[in-house]
Ligand binder design. Sequence first.
Ligand SMILES: Nc1ncnc2c1ncn2[C@@H]1O[C@H](COP(=O)(O)OP(=O)(O)OP(=O)(O)O)[C@@H](O)[C@H]1O
Ligand SMILES: [Mg+2]
Length: 710
Amino acid sequence: MEAEGILQELLTVEDELRDVQDQIKALLDRQEKLYDRQSELKALFEACEGNDAAATENGAPSGSGFDYSGSFEWDARADDVRFNVFGISNYRANQREIINAIMSGKDVLVIMAAGGGKSLCYQLPSILRDGVALVVSPLLSLIQDQVMGLTALGIPASMLTSTTSKEQEKFTYKALEKGETTLKILYVTPEKISKSKRFMSKLEKCHHAGRLSLIAVDEAHCCSQWGHDFRPDYKNLGILKTQFPSVPVVALTATATRKVQSDLVDMLMIPKCIKFVSTVNRPNLFYMVREKSSVAKVVVDEIAEYIKESYPNYESGIVYCFSRKECEQVAKELSERGISAGYYHADMETNARERVHMQWSKNKLQVIVGTVAFGMGINKPDVRFVIHHSLSKSMETYYQESGRAGRDGLPSECLLFFRAADLPRQSSMVFYENAGLQNLYDIAYYCLSKRQCRRGAFFRHFAEDLQECNGMCDNCTSVNDVEERDVSEHAKIMLSILQGLEEKDQRMTMLQLVDKMKTMQKNLGSDLKKEELEQLVLRLILDRALKEEFSHTAYATNAYVATGPLAKAVLQGKMNIRLEILKKQKPVTGGNKSTKHSFMDSGLEFELDELRKQLSSENGGIFPHSIWTTQQITAICAKKPCDMKELESIIGKLKSEKYGNRILEVVDKYKSSDQSGSTSNGKKKSGEKRPSKRPKTINHPIYVASDEDA
Ligand SMILES: Nc1ncnc2c1ncn2[C@@H]1O[C@H](COP(=O)(O)OP(=O)(O)OP(=O)(O)O)[C@@H](O)[C@H]1O
Ligand SMILES: [Mg+2]
C-alpha cells in the first residue's frame, strides 16, 4: 500500500473513531439518565409494594382495602367543627378520607398540592381527639401564622420556638405534663425535638397520661436530602414514632417526587402509613410564558403594565428574580411606575425581611419582588399572580414558586418571562448539582415550547396521567401566532463556527456565538432575529448537538457552548433542526380575561374587604384572610344574608358570632343604598366596577420597607 493510500485510510479510521467516541459519550449520557430513572422507579415500586401501605390516587384508597370515605361515628362532630369553627362549607378532594384515617389511629402520608388544604387534615382531628396534638413545622413564620389563625378561630393553640416567652413556656409545659390548662394544638420547630431534653420529657409525660392525641409533621419533604428544603433536624424526627408508637403520625408535603416520598417514610419510621396522593394539577392557575425583551427596562415596563391592567384593585402578587441585585432593581422600578412593591432576599436583615413580608400579608404592599429565598412559609391564600422575571432552575422549583398563586382556589395567573440568553447564568450555578443541568434543560424545554400544553408538562414531569387543561394555559388558548421553521442550515453554520474554534482550542459563550452568527447568516437569505438565534442555540443544547462547558475564575463560573455528541449528525444532514417561531406576541393581558377572578368587581365585595382589613387591625393585626376568606366574601355577596341565621348558613357559627353584626350592617347598608341607586358611601352602584384603588401618582418610591407597619 502506498503512503498516500495508508494516510487516506488512517484519516478515515480516525474519523470513524471520533464518531464512535461521540456515540459512546451519548450512550454514557443516556446511561446516566437511565440510572436516575431506575432509582426513581425502584422507589416507586417499593412504595407500591410497601406492606399494608395503601396508595391512593385522587381519593380512592387501594392496597389496604379499606374505604375511608364511608361513614364513621365522628362524622357529625367533624361536620360541625368543619363548618361552624373553620367556616368551611365542603371538604376538598381527599380531606375527609385523610381525616378519617387519622381518626382511625393510622399513620398517614399526605401528598397534596400547595394550597390543597393540608392544614385542615390534621387540625380538625386535633380538635376531635382528646388531648394535645403536636405539630412539627420548619419555620417560625409558618408557625406564627398558624397559631394566630387558630387563635382567631377560638382554638387553643400554642407554640414553643425561640421567640416563646418564659411564661408561655411554663403554661405549655403545664398543659403537657398535668393537663391543667386547655391546649389542643402545640406547634414546635424540629430543633425542639432533637435538642430539648426537657421538652421531650414533658411530651413523654403527656403521652403516659394518654393525652398526646396525634403527631403532625408539616412540610415533611424537609426530611429528605432529595427535597428542595432539606433541614438536618428533620432527620431526627423518627424518634417520635419510636417513643410514641401508638400515636398516629401524619406527614404532609406538597412535593410530589417519589424519591422524596419514600425517603421521608423511612425517616419518620412510618412504613405502614396510608398514603394519600392528590393530583399535582392546580386547575385554577393559568400558566403562560412570554418572550422577554433583551432590554431590561422594557421587561419592567411590561410587568408593570400587566399588573396595572390586570390587577387594578391592589390584588397581591409575587415577582421572582434571579439575583439579589435584580430583585432590588425591579422593586425600585415597579415602585417608580406606581406599583407598591417591596423586595425580599437572603442578604437582608431578618427584621427587614419579616417587615416586608408582614406588610404584604396585610395587603399594605401589593407586590413582593423576591429571590428563591422568598420560599416556604408564604401562607397568603389570595396571591393572584406570580411572575417570573427569568426562568427557574427546574420544573420542580417552578411548580413550587408559581404554586404560591391561588392557594384559595380562585383563578390566578403564573407568568414567566423567558429569554434563552438567561440560561447560562442559571446553568453556571446548577451544573455541579446532582442532575442540575438536566433539571434546568427540562424547564428550558417548557419555556421554549410554544405549542405543547403547559399543564401537560407538569403531569409528565411528576409522572401523572394527563388531565384536561380546560384552556388554562397560553398554548391551549392559542394566544400567540406560531410558525414552525426548518433551521438546519443555520444550525450547521453555528456548529461549523464552533468546530473551527475547537480545532484552535478556543471557545465561545452563547452570546458571542449569536453575535458571530448574525453576520454569518446573511448568505442564507432567511435571517433569524437575535432572540431567535439565542433560541436556536438552546434548541441545539436540548437536542444535544451542542453542550455547555464551564470554566472557573476566582470570582465566577463562566458557561460556554461546545459541539455536542449529535453535532455531526446535524452537520451531515442526518438530523433536522426545527424551531417554533413566534410571529406575533399578543399583549399579555389578552389571553385570560374570562378566567380571571376580578375581586371587588362589585361594591359590596369592596366594602367587605375594607371591613376585614379594619377588623384585622382591631384584632391585634391578625391577617385579613384569617378574619374571612375571599371565597367567603364572594359567597356573602351572592346571597346577601338578611339575618344572623342566613349568615351562619354561609360562614358558620363562630365567625357569625364574632363578626356577624358588622357584616350584616354592611350588607344592609349596601342593599338600601342599592335600591336608592347610590351606595353607602355614595360612590357606586351594585354591579358597577369599583374605581381603581391604585393611586394615580406617587410622590416617592415605596420599595424599601419603612419602620412603621402602616
Ligand atoms: N375544604 C376547603 N374549602 C375551602 N377552602 C379551604 C378548604 N380547605 C382548606 N381551605 C383553604 O385553602 C387555603 C390553603 O390551605 P392550607 O394552608 O391548608 O394549604 P396547604 O395544603 O397546607 O398548602 P401549602 O403546601 O402551601 O402549605 C386556606 O386558606 C384554607 O383555609
Ligand atoms: Mg401548609
